[in-house]
Design a protein around this ligand. Structure first.
Ligand code: SF4
Ligand code: SF4
Length: 337
């Protein structure tokens, strides 16, 4: 990748007359000189398309991996979490709109070179780095360079899944675990609330699963928007038939935020009902999020029913886990250590 005058050239774009077409995500933005793409992270200069958000770090934190949420990837471990700026969706309920949605120049960030971010991660004694908070796919060049700086790091991406196939396959080669948001299960919801197409996100999840990257899914249940039984059932059938019944799914509670302050918190019963529907559809691992429950966040062996991992909030107790197997019946669980 060419670095000219401290500007980093974007990948996956082409010149088209006096503008550029960015091919990093399905929006395929046409960007004329002096302007930014829809995500605010690519800028068209006279001589090239610039990865404008490269190295612009907005947030740093050491988190439990369960917070991503990832329940089946190194359970009970921690990761060094890094956020950037910008997003290629525009969810009306975005909790992180201050870093994802403000116009390009107005987001607070600090520049960190790839080796600086690696050093910060290693100084915290972490061997896993998670790109999260805003959308990591639009940080493609930076993430690839961080992994080049320290290929031994475990890489976690918490993403909306809106990325084109070729860069996604390239990322999958260096990624260990991904949590993809499935924000609803109708295109109408995706277009109205998030500004994207459902099919593009589903295709990404299928590619990630096909590449063998550990995958978990989060479905934020919003009352009256994406919580109908039909929609949830269709989502669960898609997970079972197009991915696997072993892919963990997390039904999380919505809370009012951003442009959706008038919508109420999701009742706990609703997410519990979604979890029940997932189990009825044959999914082996379904959880609820943004609520404390007695047992709905525990992991059960799909073979013998034993409780394998107990959870309370971010407290994790592998009560009957031996390696990646159920200690009671030796069934191999979908758990990456
Ligand atoms: S990555 Fe950004 S600039 Fe590129 S197509 Fe997607 S929204 Fe547009
Ligand atoms: S995809 Fe995530 S970061 Fe982007 S707008 Fe939606 S909720 Fe916010």
């Amino acid at each position: 990748m060419a670095v000219i005058n401290e500007r980093v050239e974007a990948r996956y774009y082409e010149r088209s007359g006096d503008s550029y077409i960015c091919r990093l995500c399905p929006h395929n933005c046409r960007i004329s000189v002096g302007n930014y793409g829809r995500c605010g992270s690519r800028r068209a200069d006279e001589d090239m398309l610039v990865a404008y958000s490269y190295g612009k770090v907005s947030s740093l934190c050491v988190d439990p991996v369960e917070k991503k949420p990832l329940y089946h990837y190194r359970p009970g471990s921690r990761c060094f979490s890094v956020g950037g700026v910008g997003c290629n969706m525009s969810c009306k309920h975005c909790q992180n709109y201050a870093i994802s949605q403000l116009p390009s120049g107005k987001k607070r960030s600090t520049y960190k070179k790839p080796d600086e971010i690696v050093n910060l991660c290693r100084n915290e004694k972490q061997d896993a780095i998670a790109f999260t908070y805003n959308e990591p796919m639009i940080w493609f060049e930076y993430i690839m360079d961080v992994m080049k700086a320290d290929p031994e790091l475990q890489l976690i991406l918490v993403t909306n899944g809106l990325v084109s196939e070729e860069p996604l396959r390239e990322l999958c080669r260096v990624t260990d675990a991904m949590n993809i948001d499935i924000k609803g299960f109708t295109d109408e919801f995706y277009m109205k609330v998030c500004g994207a197409h459902l099919k593009d996100v589903l295709r990404s999840a299928e590619i990630v699963h096909g590449c063998g990257v550990h995958l978990e899914l989060t479905y934020l249940v919003i009352p009256g928007y994406n919580d109908s039984d039909g929609e949830i059932e269709e989502f669960c059938r898609w997970v079972r038939d197009s991915l696997s019944e072993d892919v963990p799914v997390h039904f999380t509670r919505f809370h009012p935020d951003n442009e959706m302050m008038d919508v109420q918190w999701t009742p706990v019963e609703t997410v519990m009902h979604c979890r029940d529907m997932a189990m009825e559809a044959g999914l082996n691992y379904a959880y609820v999020g943004n609520t404390l429950t007695d047992s709905a966040d525990d992991t059960y062996c799909p073979e013998c029913g034993a409780t394998v991992i107990k959870r309370l909030g971010y407290l994790v107790d592998p009560v009957s886990l031996d390696g990646d197997r159920c200690a009671a019946c030796r069934h191999r669980m979908n758990i990456r250590l």
